[in-house]
Design a protein around this ligand. Sequence first.
Ligand SMILES: [Mg+2]
Length: 318
Amino acid sequence: MSEQATGRRGRASARAPAEDAGEGRSVGKRPAVKAAFDKKIVALVYDFDGTLSPRPMQEYAFLPKIGAEAKEFWAESNRIAKEHGADILITYMHLLYKKAKEKGIRIDRDDLVAQGKAVEYFAGVEEWFDAIGEYVKIRAESHGVILRHYLVSSGLTEIVEGTSIYDRFHNVFASEYWFEAYDMPYPKRVITDTGKTQYLFRINKGIEDLRVNINDHMDEGARPIPFSNMIYFGDGDTDVPSMAVMRKNGGHAVAVYPPGKAKTKCVDLFKAGRCDFFAPADYRRGSDLFKRTCLLIDRILADIRVQEEVWRLGRGLK
Ligand SMILES: [Mg+2]
């Protein structure tokens, strides 16, 4: 029921949804009449920094390794971006390596992946994927519902690859470096706040292969994962574009805040209609976050059953 990734994800080689939807569709050829209702994939999409992990992923190993104090590093990065009118994400990716080079510290791709091991999570994150999978399995009365987890992050693909939860994601979309093109690593892909929404549409349209253009028109009915089957998890302002896209397209959004700390940002998001729910970032079974996510899953599963019945009814009329 819970579908987990088995190999490398997050880059151009992601498999097409038809390959694993198990509904007998063949890639590149759409039968005139579908053999079965095929909108049964439920996608949970997560931001990383501040949502699954209390701190930005670069703070666990990269910044300590180059002797940079986190608060000062981000302040300097944001100041440089502002001064030069530069993109704040490109600026931080550049500054990380500029500082490493200044210190004569070489950090290659393998080093970055190794840094993923140092990343910490909010309570229950590592158990969450199985727990939610079990819940979907128990509640899914419609046969063939598949649960997927996706990560869409402005952080670094390489670090995510080294984390213990990497294989839990069907696909990971995050910023990434070129390592061989220049002396200093150069941004290969930068995922900005608004850029994140592109990946929501890729999931929605089943175009996860980054070599394929996402902008071609696709009828709503042809999209393998309707937004109504999706829940986005985020923690703040940087998630506003994604939450807005989700909610405006019939999807769901949940905002989280660090347990025991201020929930002001979440309250603002909730009042502005950006999210369905908010909760402390406690992923343990039985937490408010777990219970509220299960409520949304109940709604999604009920909706899938209704849609399937409508599909069956319509099919019988032909
Ligand atoms: Mg965040």
